[in-house]
Design a protein around this ligand. Structure first.
Ligand SMILES: [Zn+2]
Ligand SMILES: [Zn+2]
Ligand SMILES: [Zn+2]
Length: 324
């Protein structure tokens, strides 16, 4: 099985779970203390808001509230038909009227988010407001797959044609910037349908023009809480006990010392390397991230029931082959 809920995953390792009781957990094998604040931050879902452009523009909260109520009434039937296992009521966890007078809302429910990624599912008009949907460009990582080492001679469109013979719910196909070299690159594919997502992941390979292409989960790094005062991960600025002054991310000196800190030398104050001190390539930040992931694996209670934890390859226990 490729995909298991994090809580299930951890079922057999409950003996590892420490009774933290909101204390900081000190792991004696590493110099980091992973605070609950950092864990909560990393465990929470970070999905983009869904935007509903309104014509005429939305002016007051009460009209907006009625609008949103009607909006969910409209999509409800369709939604439950498509997500038979969903029984909870649907709605935004948070919404607001943005500066342009449009509605923006946040949901952490992956099924609802995926549903709203398709503009055809939106009503054209609610309570005399015309709606132009702005669905997100990507589905959440929980529906994203990486195809690896695709030859540059095969375009994303050709890839799409090949894949659509077998898969009907492809939402988007994009090159992953940063993986492109002279011969090949990785490509990210988002699926609207969870079954198709599982099918492709479970098979592990997919044939493209007769060649088997390796596929894997798309794994974004867990979000790191990094202090903007001392540039160290694990706490927010308000809770900083490391530095009295704001440290420059480039040179590591006092950011307010009247020097020009947009052109100072880039020398990481954690490790001395030629990168800024909040860069993910810094060995210090990477080490922290590894500890954070290890700690998160022991804290399934922090993750919502339906959450899956995405582990960077380097953080997987038994190397690359193991799936979570
Ligand atoms: Zn700090
Ligand atoms: Zn500086
Ligand atoms: Zn560094």
């Amino acid at each position: 099985m490729t995909k298991t809920s994090f809580a299930q995953q951890q079922g057999n390792t409950t003996s590892n779970i420490n009774d933290l009781n909101n204390k900081q957990h000190v792991n004696h094998e590493n110099p980091f203390q992973i605070s609950n604040q950092a864990l909560n931050y990393a465990a929470s879902t970070h999905l983009h808001p869904i935007k509903l452009e309104c014509e005429p523009t939305m002016k007051d909260q009460r009209t907006a509230a009625k609008f949103i109520q009607q909006f969910f009434k409209y999509i409800e039937k369709d939604f439950y038909q498509q997500n038979i296992t969903q029984q909870k009521p649907i709605g935004f966890e948070q919404w607001w009227i943005d500066k342009e007078g449009n509605i923006q809302g946040i949901t952490k429910v992956i099924d609802l988010y995926v549903f709203l990624c398709n503009p055809q599912r939106y009503p054209k008009e609610i309570n005399n407001f015309k709606i132009t949907p702005h669905p997100p460009k990507h589905l959440p990582p929980q529906r994203s797959v990486i195809l690896k080492w695709i030859k540059n001679s095969i375009s994303c469109n050709e890839l799409k044609e090949e894949l659509e013979i077998k898969f009907k719910s492809i939402y988007s196909i994009r090159d992953i910037i940063g993986t492109i070299n002279t011969r090949n690159r990785h490509v990210r594919i988002d699926f609207q349908d969870e079954t198709e997502y599982n099918t492709i992941l479970n098979s592990g390979y997919v044939p493209i023009y007769g060649q088997l292409i390796e596929c894997d989960e798309f794994l974004p790094a867990p979000k790191l809480l990094i202090c903007s005062k001392c540039n160290t991960p694990g706490h927010a600025k308000k809770a900083c006990q490391i530095s009295q002054i704001d440290l420059c991310r480039r040179c590591g000196k006092d950011r307010n010392d009247k020097e020009n800190h947009s052109s100072c030398e880039i020398k990481c104050h954690h490790c001395g390397g030629a990168h800024t001190s909040t860069d993910y390539s810094c060995p210090f930040i990477q080490k922290y991230r590894r500890e954070l992931v290890l700690e998160l694996r022991n804290r399934p209670d922090l993750l919502p029931a339906e959450a899956q934890l995405f582990l960077p390859t380097e953080c997987r226990e038994n190397g690359k082959e193991q799936k979570y």
